[in-house]
Design a protein around this ligand. Structure first.
Ligand code: GDP
Ligand code: MN
Length: 384
């Protein structure tokens, strides 16, 4: 789960990473109250889970109460790359001498943690990677060994971070690594990590992605569920209790079992298409679940075809078929369905679909996963 900047900073603070004092505000009056409390100058920061807020006008410095009010008024409700600003973070403004970049992620291929560090922070790291890749130091860290202060300091030297910022940077890197590992993050990023004129090094922004598989050992994470940002499709899916993840392709996917659903995405890709979603209806799914799944997919305006891939085990073919027929009676599906139905009671299922007399251009049955994927991708106007 992605955290908002303010949540990320509060998370950092648990690990002693220096951040500016501040508070969250949901209204203009709250924002002004926070600004008055922490003293000027303050920064008014849009809290949306997308980068480039600064450039979009979502981050403003305020020197007095009037400016705080003006900025809070302008930023609340602002649309930043499709994300509407519903909350602000107000913090004490920092003087910036230099801006750096630091992050930890997991490099799955290397089976190690990866530190990325650069003296060129404040801009998107993708831009630095493209224009000046040598400016990014990449260091793999064996999770068994961890990261010590001397290694962190050497990485900072290699990144050409100036002498007077080395100790502060190394100290933060070690703390950020602890936050990343003990805090069960998939990503812990500080951009910019700043050097102040006083010589202190400080986290000015925070991007944290938590590994939700570790939620069971973090009861303190419960609060994050309350502010979780889901797109409309994901909200609907969640309300129906479905395992759904929105993607940006045009082939809607329904499969039973996470493994089969992922394989289905792969096969759709392999034949030149792109999936609109991941949706696992689980083992033992019945007609109601199938109808709910189709309803969610039907709400996705990008969907041009729907691929249903069912290998019946506990899930029974005739239940799946009943669900499809029922759903097609209930909602006016705007995309054709291609189905591959195999396994338990697949014959009975196919018979139910035949008996329902659904038009041949609305529901197409294919005997294998590959053929079904090809057909669905072709119906979406793509494929090879
Ligand atoms: P992002 O644009 O979404 O990455 O938001 P950031 O939190 O990284 O802020 C963007 C930029 O705003 C930073 O790189 C700084 O240049 C500027 N900024 C943010 N906070 C402060 C502050 O306290 N003082 C000053 N002078 N500039 C700030
Ligand atoms: Mn930033």
């Amino acid at each position: 789960m992605d955290l908002f900047e303010y949540q990320g900073k509060q998370y950092f603070a648990r690990y002693d990473i220096p951040v500016s004092p501040g508070d969250v505000a949901l209204t203009v009056d709250d924002a002004v109250a926070v600004a008055e409390r922490i003293d000027y100058p303050v920064v008014v920061k849009a809290q949306v889970q997308v980068g480039g807020r600064g450039k979009a006008g979502g981050i403003k410095l305020a020197d007095n109460v009037d400016e705080a009010r003006t900025h809070a008024t302008n930023i609340l409700g602002m649309d930043i790359k499709g994300h509407v600003v519903e909350r602000l973070w107000i913090e004490t403004a920092s003087d910036i001498e230099e801006e750096y970049y630091a992050s930890f992620t997991l490099d799955r291929a290397a089976k190690k943690h990866l530190l990325m560090l650069s003296a060129e922070g404040g801009v998107e790291i993708e831009t630095v990677a493209e224009e000046n890749p040598d400016a990014i130091v990449k260091l793999h860290i064996d999770p068994v060994d961890g990261l010590d202060l001397a290694t962190a300091r050497q990485a900072a030297v290699d990144a050409k971070i100036p002498e007077r910022a080395l100790d502060g940077t190394a100290d933060i890197l070690v703390k950020l690594y602890r936050c990343f590992t003990e805090g069960d993050c998939d990503l812990a990023e500080i951009n910019p990590l700043i050097l102040k004129p006083t010589g202190e090094v400080h986290a000015l922004d925070a991007k944290v992605t938590l590994d939700w598989n570790a939620a069971f050992r973090h009861p303190e994470w419960d609060e994050y569920s309350l502010t979780e940002v889901l797109d409309e499709r994901e909200q609907l899916a969640k309300s129906k209790g479905l395992q759904y993840i929105g993607l940006d392709g045009d082939v809607g996917i329904i499969a039973n079992g996470a493994g089969l659903a992922m394989s289905t995405l792969d096969v759709v890709n392999q034949v030149g298409g792109s999936a609109a979603n991941f949706l696992d209806i689980g083992g033992g799914a019945n007609a109601d679940v199938m109808a709910a799944a189709l309803d969610v997919i039907n709400h996705d305006e990008n969907v041009k075809s729907i691929l249903i891939n069912i290998f019946g085990g506990i899930t029974r073919g005739e239940e799946v078929a009943k669900g499809i027929v029922e759903a097609m009676g209930r909602v006016d599906l705007r995309a054709p369905i291609v189905i591959r139905l195999d396994g338990t009671n697949a014959e009975e299922g196919r018979q139910i679909i035949l008996d329902a007399g659904i038009a041949a251009d609305k529901l197409i049955s294919k005997p294998t996963m590959l053929e079904a994927a090809r057909e669905a991708v072709a119906l979406a106007g793509k494929g090879n």
